[in-house]
Design a protein around this ligand. Structure first.
Ligand SMILES: *[C@@H]1O[C@H](CO)[C@@H](O)[C@H](O)[C@H]1NC(C)=O
Ligand SMILES: *[C@@H]1O[C@H](CO)[C@@H](O)[C@H](O)[C@H]1NC(C)=O
Ligand SMILES: *[C@@H]1O[C@H](CO)[C@@H](O)[C@H](O)[C@H]1NC(C)=O
Ligand SMILES: *[C@@H]1O[C@H](CO)[C@@H](O)[C@H](O)[C@H]1NC(C)=O
Ligand SMILES: *[C@@H]1O[C@H](CO)[C@@H](O)[C@H](O)[C@H]1NC(C)=O
Length: 357
């Protein structure tokens, strides 16, 4: 991976060790007095030379330390002001162990919990993966860019900047090909649901992009299971036909922990959790992605968020397709309500906007 030209502070921890062992002068003089021991001094000298050469890289380390300092703990501190009972203890992705030996009980059904979906999850999690890859887990600093699909990205020339982040989160079927200059090309994670899945998951992603399913309804698990196990496809129950063939490597597929949907709805949007049968309002994948970043990253910058003014009937809403706010009318999202939540985060300095919000 390229150095993002602003990688985070690397605390080498080796500075204390750099005062290497030294021979005290009296001892050295005594040794020289004895001719037979001259060789010993020479050997000691050579060992010392070798020692300092071998430590060469750790001498260079502190010089890079200052590039960009990592604001460790800042996101946690500010997020806790906004999100009651904020914790980073919950896994980002659903894990097999929670459905295998112990059936971790969930208070809610989808999209806020896994109640009632335990059996299918057991089958799904045994063919997908659930660990965070070491390359991401071991980052010294998790500088994250959450890239929304908004029209503000058009002609933004933000591509190069976006590519410098350690973790780039993208949404749904948003393309990168042909838009690199404005949106960048790096994709660490892509959040999607069946209806928003790109028919060719390899096309707009990197070879190692994590494909993170956001489950809104039990059918979403059935879609993924049918695809991965090549079972008979289910066509009913979706509001738009999802791909029937979806050629993804199961190793790269993850299932988002619905806990983050619950936090987004309950804590950021103050929506009631117990809505009768049909959930009338739910968060967008975009706001969900920001919530996720707030629980995982050391720094959260957003680009391509925000919708046109509701009076602006002609302005397209996405950077890549010609649809307007009208197409959102029947969705179960309240984008002005979400905008207020994002404004609060900006005011708190919890997130920063790379494009106008
Ligand atoms: C190095 O970091 C310190 C503390 O964060 C800062 O005050 C200083 O300006 C930085 N120097 C450079 C050259 O970036
Ligand atoms: C926070 O956690 C406590 C203890 O589990 C619980 O009683 C309380 O209702 C929670 N508050 C919110 C806003 O979730
Ligand atoms: C983007 O830039 C091109 C070329 O400069 C211009 O023709 C186009 O109108 C711009 N689009 C927007 C949405 O600003
Ligand atoms: C959407 O959110 C706005 C701002 O919070 C609120 O005034 C409005 O009533 C909401 N609309 C619906 C349909 O709930
Ligand atoms: C962020 O949004 C504000 C408006 O809310 C705007 O004034 C500012 O220029 C934006 N920042 C960037 C870098 O575009």
């Amino acid at each position: 991976m390229e150095d993002p030209g602003g990688s985070c502070e690397v605390t080498s921890g080796s500075r204390d060790e750099s005062s290497s062992p030294r021979v005290t002068p009296p001892l050295a003089i005594k040794m020289i007095k004895s001719r037979g021991k001259i060789l010993g001094v020479l050997a000691l000298f050579l060992v010392m030379v070798w020692y300092s050469i071998s430590r060469e890289d750790s001498f260079y380390f502190p010089l890079q330390e200052n590039k960009t300092t990592c604001p460790v703990g800042e996101v946690e501190k500010k997020a806790a002001q906004l999100i009651a009972n904020y914790t980073r203890d919950r896994p980002l992705f659903l894990q097999l162990k929670d459905y295998f030996w112990v059936r971790t009980p969930s208070l809610y059904e989808l999209p806020y919990g896994t109640k009632g979906s335990e059996d299918i999850l057991l089958r799904l999690l045994s063919v997908t993966s659930y660990a965070m890859p070491e390359s991401i887990q071991s980052l010294k600093c998790r500088r994250c860019a959450v890239v929304g699909n908004g029209h503000r990205l058009r002609n933004s020339s933000m591509g190069e900047t976006i590519n410098t982040y350690d973790v780039v989160i993208r949404l749904n079927n948003a393309p990168v090909h042909g838009y690199e200059q404005d949106v960048g090309s790096k994709t660490t994670m892509r959040l999607f649901y069946p209806e928003s899945a790109h028919f060719n998951p390899r096309r707009e992603n990197d070879p190692d992009t994590l494909l993170v399913l956001v489950p809104f309804k039990p059918m979403d698990f059935q879609w993924l299971e049918a695809i991965l196990n090549d079972k008979k496809r289910v066509r009913k129950g979706f509001w738009k036909q999802p791909p029937l063939i979806w050629d993804a490597n199961p190793e790269q597929v993850r299932i988002l922990n619905p806990y983050y949907m619950e936090v987004t709805a309950a804590k950021l949007l103050n929506l009631p959790m117990k809505q009768p049968r049909k959930v009338k309002q739910k968060p967008t994948t975009g706001l969900l992605a920001i919530t996720l970043a707030l629980h995982f990253c050391d720094l959260v910058h957003i680009a391509g968020f925000g919708y046109p003014d509701s009076a602006d009937k002609k302005q397209t809403i996405h950077y890549y397709e010609q649809i307007t706010l009208k197409s959102m009318a029947t969705s179960e999202h309240n984008v002005s309500h979400e905008a207020l939540a994002i404004k609060r985060m900006l005011e708190l300095g919890l997130v920063r906007n790379l494009t106008y919000f």
